[in-house]
Design a binder for this molecule. Sequence first.
Ligand code: FAD
Length: 412
Amino acid sequence: MTELDEFRSQVRRVLENEVPAALRGRATDPKAHVWGGRRMAFALPESRAWLEVAAARGWTAPTWPREYGGGGLSGEEAKVLLSEIGRLALPPPLVGFGLTMIGPTLLQFGSERLRREHLPKITSGQIRWCQGYSEPNAGSDLAAVQTSAVRDGDHFVVNGQKIWTSYGDLSDWMFMIVRTDPGAKKKQAGITFLLVDFATPGIEVRPIRLISGASPFCETFFSDARVPVENVVGELNAGWTVAKALLGHERAMIANVMGSGGRRDTASRWDPAEERLAALAKQYVGQAGGRVADPVLRDRIAQLSMDTLCFQLTVQRAADGAAAGHRPGAETSMFKLYGTELNQRRQELMLAIRGPQSLGWESAQGEPGDGFSADELQQTRDWLRSRGNTIEGGTSEVQLNVLAKQVLGLPD
Ligand SMILES: Cc1cc2nc3c(=O)[nH]c(=O)nc-3n(C[C@H](O)[C@H](O)[C@H](O)COP(=O)(O)OP(=O)(O)OC[C@H]3O[C@@H](n4cnc5c(N)ncnc54)[C@H](O)[C@@H]3O)c2cc1C
């Protein structure tokens, strides 16, 4: 038995014996996803046990070094872990922007003090993070940020406004970009990357109410909020480099989650996207000889399944490169562009399969409208939510601009 086989047996033993069986098959169930934080909530009580088992072994961040709460696993071992989690279709033990965005950025740019302070609280789920990039006049043109941070002794005094802060009302800390040198010749040169505790006086987070009645978005206002200078990540006025690296991690995460349709690794045979599509089509449109009855629909499902698999294998190739020490570059823009458009195609196909049953509504009290199941309602939400995929983390047009410049070398 090789060391890797031995590792696989150990992982399998833990997952089968210590993780509640009730979580099996719930990989893509939003209720089974734990976001952590000071106000951590477990929609399913079993999720707490899974988080504890995983955090104790560093499996919430398998490849991060052990001294920061990670698992210290090699790329190969991490793949084995993911494939075993995928085999039982378990949800990830913990999700959130700490693991996918600020954590990897701190590993790359953070001081030893910042890493030791923040990374273990991310891997254990104690602290939930949000992103303070966009402002009313700085979206695609992110380097136009105006929120100011003026030095006063050991602190910065922060004033300004962020917008579209996803889950700001549920978060404990924000990673943000601020303007520290308004006189810099290039706007990118006067930006600093800062970590801010939401417990700081002078910060107000206001949820934005959308037409649907609910919203994950917030506006975040800063009025003379005093933030320690030691919370700067990287160098003063050199935050643009850190911000871009974080966007690379964000785009890779969005592409991976959206493009994969819930599949977390390619080694396991479990594949919710394809199975779910074919099973749904048989249920809603009917079957003939064990196959989806409608040949056009069958064709679309087959095409989407092939595209998903090709995409996932390509992402896996890049992930292997990352495990070998290669930092994400312009390819994350390619993945973000393709993965999000793939997810929108998947949602459109779901819509075609379910027909009018995809257009469910719910009452103000959250009760499903007449004749719609909870699952159908979730489908409506997923479809509506997928429209934002090609905007968040930088729009598709912005990704095309990045590719034109950095990959094709075209002039501005
Ligand atoms: C679901 C979701 C979650 C989000 N979460 C967060 C978050 O947590 N934190 C955060 O800081 N932000 C968040 N955002 C904001 C997001 O980053 C911005 O919406 C995005 O960067 C676009 O900026 P904008 O909305 O100001 O649009 P604009 O920049 O005003 O763009 C409007 C349109 O013009 C196009 N456009 C603009 N410039 C160019 C150009 N140079 N070339 C070609 N076309 C161009 C764009 O592609 C777009 O179609 C989120 C957005 C969404 C949808």
